[in-house]
Design a protein around this ligand. Sequence first.
Ligand code: SAM
Length: 243
Amino acid sequence: THFGFREVPKDEKAGLVRGVFDSVAENYDLMNDLMSGGVHRLWKSAMIDWLMPRKGQHLLDVAGGTGDIAFRFLDAVEGDGRVTVLDINHAMLSVGQDRAIDQGRLTGLDWVNGDAQSLPLPDKSVDAYTIAFGIRNVTDIPKALREAYRVLKPGGRFLCLEFSKVEAPALKEFYDFYSFKLLPEIGGLVAKDKPSYQYLVESIRLFPDADRFAEMLREAGFGQVKYRRLSGGIAALHSAWRL
Ligand code: SAM
């Protein structure tokens, strides 16, 4: 409300998002821990818990960045599974590949440079689709959701973790102050990049609320659409199935 921001025009968004993640890639993992106080780890674990991974599954992790979801999935299936980590940004993927090597993860991972809006995968080819903190960066969200539906096998599972809307007034006041005032300053001081962190905060505010996003999933063809709010609505987990 009293913190103003402007909506980024659609034709500028892709270029802006590219610039942001080129700029933040190197510090991305550190900044996630710093800015969320480590809580992003709990949210990602909640995502993998709800997914209930099974051995032998092929997961497509879109906007997979530096590999957090992929690594958790592989741990859950004790290495007996496969993850295609897809991201539009080279810099994020190469940080992820370095991390994989450092952690001795040599099998089960494919790193693919691609766009959520036109996935380079065949129809009905994956068992599960995840996207964590990625969908709000996509220019045409309905298009990305239709692509998710297309590549999932019938019976396949969709899970999305994304920032959402805080409801409780006291938490909201603190959260607004934290995200609009403090967070860009931290981004400026630690990552030397205040504008990128301003973009991140603004993109969170512009993302639809959980009910609206559930509706978008139904419009893309998904069934059994459900969601869970995390940490008072700071984030939300959406689950859906290709039936
Ligand atoms: N999933 C990771 C995580 O949770 O730590 C990374 C999330 S990061 C906030 C968002 C990622 O979305 C970036 O790596 C960015 O390059 C990627 N991204 C943005 N637009 C995309 C698109 N259209 N298709 C695929 N990836 C995209």
